[in-house]
Design a protein around this ligand. Structure first.
Ligand code: AMP
Length: 608
């Protein structure tokens, strides 16, 4: 008997249910009921199903992504439904969602035969094929594959298929929700039904924590899911351990407003201060077979961007060092003056097709943590121990590799002096970290209070700068008539997958900046705001709207609650959001995707 394959229609029905509610509990329940069915009927199909739910094709570090352009998708829709492109474009302008346009175009079409129903494995493998097509006539081969799926779509399937191809499902399925639902489903399918309600709730909470924590160390469903189905939950940590070659989600730091805040937080605890280097985070992995990878803070493989680092790395290792995961910052470096160069210099380095002989901007690596060494995971060890291991395993090498500078004192004057030295050394400020005991462990993916960041220029101000997405612009006046004069910015809510407006920004730009921003943004103009832009009832209306493509670092003097901006709406007021006062442009954050922008929760947690 052929094995059971989950119909695509079943998945799309679940998507529809999730899209029609904003309640996280309900969304989780819909997912759980789908996952439980799949675990019972066809457990080997669970991994693909999960990838479809988070709309990915593989782990982030493998780098295969969807994100097919609108014009290509429109061609595929036109060709498979026989509709006119002009009409399609009009429909799209009216409704703003290409998925819905595809679905409506299909339902106005008559077909003689009912096509064979799509299945999740078939759609998944075709999506993978589409993403992998390159080279000659890639466009038309992609269109053919997409058409093949579109003609077989029934009911609401075309809507979700197109959105999957666009790379944005936008139905409120955050990855954390999918992980909770996965944990719950596994507990429910293993449960004999004899547990008390209280016991069950307890088991479910532990299961969700375990699954999330293992996933943060090993963000790979292909390994996590089989282990989860095979072993009891309490063995998952040991069966599914971190290893070089699989990037962990990096630990993040909390902003602070003053050194006194730092001392208050760490009173009675041991802590250490490190320079906060201003470059690009790099997680360097070495496998026992000698292969090396460098990953970005988003777990992208950026080994090809740093051929110079890859080549020099062996010099920095002690002979006993065979495998490791290192957490570091790659910083632009002046070899003659032997000093750090500002971030702006690093950002001029090429990001693609980097050849070692053409590199003009040199980098030095500043290592601040060692997460794995010679077969031993170190996450649960305190920083003090990890730092010792780091020093045991590597050798500082002039112009190339250094340990992050640190100072261990709890005297506020000493810390102030160290902060000043960091700034004069072209660093951003300090990272202050728990040093000893359980709270000094490494917490992947957490913005933890065990790491605090102190930046000189926000002492006394609002705290940190924010990384915001530009979603609209206002035409310039006077000297600025040929470019945009101001912009509308938004933060991101990963739970609802929405961009929430936060401020209008018109200061901090040089003329050169404005020209460059105009040139890079004009190709991303859209006719209407996206469905997933949260603008409020009385919104600020820019002259043009953009796709969410660029992230900017922005500083501000203060925050206020406003009926016209929607950042963190619901957190400080049921219908008003937070807006920035006197915002100022600092720089483009090329290293961040729009989804990595400052989250609504972070905006809401800045104290007033
Ligand atoms: P932020 O991007 O402002 O949240 O600051 C956190 C970033 O600072 C990390 O992702 C690292 O890239 C960077 N960083 C620089 N120096 C250090 C350090 N000593 N420890 C940890 N992170 C550091």
């Amino acid at each position: 008997m052929a094995s059971y394959r989950v119909p695509y229609s079943v998945l799309c029905k679940t998507f529809e249910l999730c899209e029609n509610t904003t309640k996280r509990l309900e969304i989780t329940e819909y997912l759980v009921s789908l996952f439980v069915q799949v675990i019972e009927l066809t457990p080997e199909g669970l991994v693909e199903l999960l990838y479809m739910c988070i709309n990915k094709l593989c782990p982030d570090y493998e780098g295969l992504e969807l994100g097919i352009g609108e014009s290509l998708l429109m061609k595929a829709i036109a060709q498979s439904t026989g509709r006119d492109m002009k009409q399609l474009k009009l429909d799209y302008t009216k409704c703003g969602d290409l998925g819905t346009v595809a679905k409506n175009s299909k339902s106005s079409q008559r077909t003689l035969f009912k096509p064979k129903a799509l299945t999740v494995p078939h759609v998944f493998s075709t999506l993978k094929d589409v993403a992998q097509i390159t080279g000659q006539s890639a466009q038309s081969r992609k269109i053919d594959k997409i058409k093949g799926l579109l003609v077989a779509c029934q009911e609401n399937e075309a809507k979700y298929l197109i959105r999957q191809l666009e790379g944005k499902l936008r139905i409120g399925l955050a990855e954390q929700t999918v992980l909770s639902a996965l944990a719950t489903s596994v507990v429910l399918t293993k449960d004999s039904g004899k547990l008390s309600k209280q016991q069950k709730e307890h088991d479910l909470a532990i299961a969700a924590d375990t699954v999330k924590s293992v996933y943060n160390q090993m963000p790979c469903y292909d390994m996590l899911v089989p282990a989860l189905l095979k072993y009891p939950l309490n063995q998952l940590q040991e069966k599914c351990t971190m290893r070089p070659g699989i990037p962990l989600k990096p630990m993040l730091a909390h902003p602070t407003k003053s050194l006194t805040d730092v001392l208050d937080r760490f009173e009675g605890h041991t802590f250490t201060c490190e320079f906060k280097y201003d470059g690009e985070r790099a997680q360097i992995h070495r496998l026992p077979d000698g292969s090396t990878m460098i990953y970005s803070r988003n777990s992208e493989n950026m080994s090809v961007r740093y051929p110079d680092v890859m080549q020099k790395l062996n010099k920095w290792l002690k002979p006993t060092t065979t495998s490791f995961i290192l957490d570091c910052e790659a910083v632009a470096w002046d070899r003659e003056q032997k000093c750090i160069l500002p971030f702006q210099v690093l950002s001029t380095r090429k990001r693609k097709d980097v050849k070692e002989e053409d590199i003009k901007v040199q980098v030095a690596i500043f290592a601040f943590d060692c997460l794995y060494l010679n077969g031993e995971p170190l996450l649960r060890k305190p920083l003090q121990y990890r730092r010792e291991k780091l020093r045991e395993a590597f050798t500082e090498t002039e112009n190339e590799f250094f340990y992050a500078r640190h100072m261990d004192s709890n005297n506020i004057e000493d810390i102030q002096t160290f902060l000043d030295v960091s700034i004069t050394s072209n660093c951003e400020g300090l990272m202050v970290k728990s040093y000893d005991g359980e709270e000094a462990s490494y917490e992947p993916s957490k913005r933890s209070r065990n790491w605090l960041k102190v930046k000189k220029d926000y002492l006394g101000g609002v705290g940190d700068s924010m990384d915001l997405v530009v979603i609209g612009a206002f035409y310039g006046r006077g000297k600025r008539t040929s470019v945009y004069g101001a912009f509308l910015l938004a933060c991101y809510d990963p739970d609802t997958e929405e961009y929430q407006t936060i401020c209008k920004l018109g200061t901090g730009f040089s003329e050169e900046n404005l020209q460059q921003l105009h040139d890079s943004l004009k190709d991303h103009i859209i006719e209407k705001p996206k469905r997933f832009y949260c603008l409020g009832e009385n919104p600020v209306k820019p002259d043009v709207w953009f796709e969410p493509v660029q992230v900017w670092e922005v500083k501000c003097a203060d925050l206020s609650v406003s009926p016209r901006y929607m950042a963190a709406v619901g957190q400080v007021d049921p219908s008003k959001g937070i807006s920035l006062r006197f915002p100022r442009f600092i720089r483009i954050r090329d290293d961040k995707e729009p989804e990595d922008a400052t989250s609504s929760e972070q905006v809401g947690s800045v104290s007033f």
